[in-house]
Design a protein around this ligand. Structure first.
Ligand SMILES: NC(=O)C1=CN([C@@H]2O[C@H](COP(=O)(O)OP(=O)(O)OC[C@H]3O[C@@H](n4cnc5c(N)ncnc54)[C@H](OP(=O)(O)O)[C@@H]3O)[C@@H](O)[C@H]2O)C=CC1
Ligand SMILES: N[C@@H](CC=O)C(=O)O
Ligand code: NA
Length: 434
């Protein structure tokens, strides 16, 4: 029996996918039963390093998603449209779908999975988060028996590369970003990576799987790395931390009901050097899952790139082919591969977050400034773990504060009061601490 693939896109990921499927030797034997039947691209004239018969290629992607011979549509064109419409049309024509498109799934997952469940087809997305790292299937299957407490990830390689270089070289964000673009690590338009939007798409997907409910993307708090300065990286280092862009989905302690609000957020974070995520550097990704009874499990590897991402795409194709082969006449979707949740998770507003903070103040160099800071924090129930005056810059004193766990709303109120003090010049940085 052969399973026929309609491949939408033959770029970085599509090419990697074709390369694996065209060379099944020494891989899973079921791969030899999978055939690339048609390939949809934007330009037929582009030279392609992969050896595919020319007749397979078309610019008419609609004809692929409606082709009655095709079993599985693999969407690796990226972007929102026409990707969303093509996925929905493929589902409407009874095709299973494999996608690497976190942007589409995090925004239209509800519509897509509702349609897939009605049509009795699978929509698989291992490549959408952590590229080649198996994390979606483990959350659905091997970890499914656990009560998940938190998912904390470094899920964007571009920002991790920039922050790692800022850490090792002491350079400023803008210079290193420009360098990363020249080296081809960061995209020409790096906005989605740098502003944390790519990581927000990914944590919305992980949270949905870990906590068994759908996530409204606009409710995911998102802050990027463009304001992280070399000074903060250096202070963090002295205090025993590294700065990472973390994507976090967490349940409040002891709150296991679906109605209990989750905290789902992306922001630069001071991570203690002893934490397992502190040592993840360069373009690598890692996702730490904590649950009961498993404890901590960490997934680590390449979050992007042709081969690694294609490994995840083809593993999804293989999973679908395996289920189709073993349950040819079954009417029901395999419960560990399909999406069963229909309700939305409640997400707590960021003001309700309880976390530690790091803040850097520039103040007039006068006696009593630290006392006034302490009083304003105390007025709003913010307790301080450490206060350090680090030096004088342009006649202003620089003071770095780390708080104990505080409610974010209280911390913000304290900062509003502090901004009105005549001895305060500015607050150049405010970062959360893990
Ligand atoms: N690159 C990576 O490392 C990773 C990518 N992903 C995701 O995988 C997906 C694909 O990314 P990637 O391979 O890098 O993208 P590329 O830009 O390299 O490739 C896109 C492919 O889709 C084709 N295409 C795009 N739009 C259209 C259209 N409107 N009609 C027909 N064909 C179209 C292009 O055709 P043509 O070749 O003719 O221009 C190209 O072959 C994205 O969703 C991305 O987020 C996920 C993880 C990692
Ligand atoms: N732009 C992403 C790659 C794919 O998800 C990253 O930098 O991690
Ligand atoms: Na993955």
């Amino acid at each position: 029996m052969t399973f026929k693939i309609g491949l939408l896109g033959l770029g970085t990921v599509g090419m990697g996918t074709a390369e694996i499927l065209l060379d099944p030797r020494s891989r899973h034997p079921l791969l030899s039963e999978i055939e690339i039947y048609r390939v949809g691209v934007r330009s037929l004239d582009k030279p392609r390093p992969v050896q595919l018969p020319e007749a397979l290629l078309t610019t008419d992607l609609e004809s692929i998603v409606s082709d009655p011979n095709i079993d599985i549509v693999v969407e690796v064109i990226g972007g929102l449209e026409p990707a969303r419409s093509l996925i929905l049309k493929a589902i409407a024509h009874g095709k299973h779908v494999v996608t690497a498109n976190k942007a589409v799934i995090s925004r239209y997952g509800d519509e897509i999975y509702t349609a897939a469940n009605q049509a009795g087809v699978y929509v698989m997305l291992e490549a959408a988060v952590g590229g080649g790292i198996p994390v979606i299937q483990p959350l659905k299957q091997a970890l499914g028996v656990n009560r998940i407490h938190s998912v904390t990830g470094i899920v964007n390689g571009t920002t991790n590369y920039i922050l790692s270089r800022m850490q090792t070289e002491g350079g400023e964000f803008g210079h290193i970003l420009a360098d990363a673009q020249q080296l081809g690590y960061a995209e020409a338009d790096p906005t989605a990576d740098v502003d944390g939007l790519d990581a927000a798409d990914k944590i919305a997907i992980l949270a949905s799987l870990a906590f068994g409910g759908r996530i409204k993307l606009p409710e995911v708090y998102c802050e990027g790395i463009s304001k992280v300065s070399a000074a903060d990286i250096a202070y963090a280092e002295k205090l025993g931390f590294v700065i990472k862009l973390l994507a976090i989905a967490k349940r409040g302690l002891g709150e296991e009901s679906k109605q209990s609000p989750l905290s789902v957020r992306v922001h630069p974070t001071l991570v203690p050097k002893t934490h397992p995520l502190a040592s993840i550097s360069g373009v690598y990704n890692a996702i730490l899952v904590e649950g009961e009874p498993i404890g901590q499990v960490m997934f680590y590897g390449r979050g992007a790139g042709s081969g690694p991402t294609a490994s995840a795409v083809v593993s999804d194709i293989l999973n679908i082919a395996a289920v189709l082969k073993s349950t040819l006449n079954a009417q029901m979707l395999h419960p560990l591969l399909s999406c069963s949740h229909q309700d939305y998770c409640a997400i707590a507003p960021i003001d309700e977050l309880v976390t530690r903070f790091y803040a850097r103040f520039l103040t007039l160099d006068r006696p009593g400034v630290i006392g006034k800071l302490g009083t304003s924090f105390g007025n709003h129930n913010v307790s301080l773990e450490s206060v350090v005056q680090t030096g004088i810059h342009n006649e202003l004193a620089e003071i770095v504060v780390v708080t104990h766990d505080v409610r974010e709303g209280n911390f913000r109120q304290a900062l509003n009061e502090i901004r009105t003090l005549d001895t305060i010049d500015s607050i150049p940085s405010i970062l959360r601490v893990l």
